[in-house]
Design a protein around this ligand. Sequence first.
Ligand code: ADP
Length: 241
Amino acid sequence: MSITITGITKDFGKTKVLKNINLTVKEGELLALLGPSGSGKTTLLRMIAGLEHASKGDIFFDGNNMTNVNAKDRNVGFVFQHYALFSHMKVKDNIAYGLRVKKKKDRPTKSQIDSKVNELLELVKLEGLGERYPSQLSGGQKQRVALARSLAIEPSVLLLDEPFGALDAQVRKELRRWLRTLHKQTGVTTVFVTHDQEEALDVADQVIVLNDGEIIQEGTPSDIYDSPNSPFMYRFLGNAN
Ligand code: ADP
């Protein structure tokens, strides 16, 4: 699924959080939204999810205008920094959740759900851990469960908001590599929010840099790394360059 955003503006009262954003995420692409804290990344991501509404502008999925479509009808998977796993549910039930709450006519059978859960546990390399509770997992494992859960509904678009932000540096690096492999396997159009330049350049096909609600630069990781286009970009890439 491709995503096109045209002329998106968002005001919270007098604060202009996003100013005339135009961008395209191609089908199957992994795009990083990179920028310092407060630059508007999460607001933009929540808008793609349908959790936030624009003051102006439109969002299209595969050319269809989704601007007024509710979050639950957008078929979007979402993973946040702080594991929103259900602590009272086993790993397998966390993963199955999105399938069990589907409307009756769309809901898979119990055995279809079981086989989907096993397939996902394998995909995120957590075979054999389905019976555990989240408290019995490491931080990195919890985020892999969160990803499996978001993929269970076979989303058209996967939105990741600093998914590895709470993990230590070594685990972050490993999960980044793993996410690239997973992305190749699933081919789901993905938008990844991060404030970490190295992470964005490492993981993404395309990078969009936001500052103060505006797009400052966009391109491939090597475009961005090799040719910062402004004093802001030089400063921002400072410790990656
Ligand atoms: P980022 O993800 O880049 O850190 P955010 O999108 O979270 O940035 O926030 C951008 C700006 O919008 C910040 O200044 C933040 O305080 C403001 N903001 C975000 N959500 C709200 C809200 N619900 N009400 C008022 N201001 C908000």
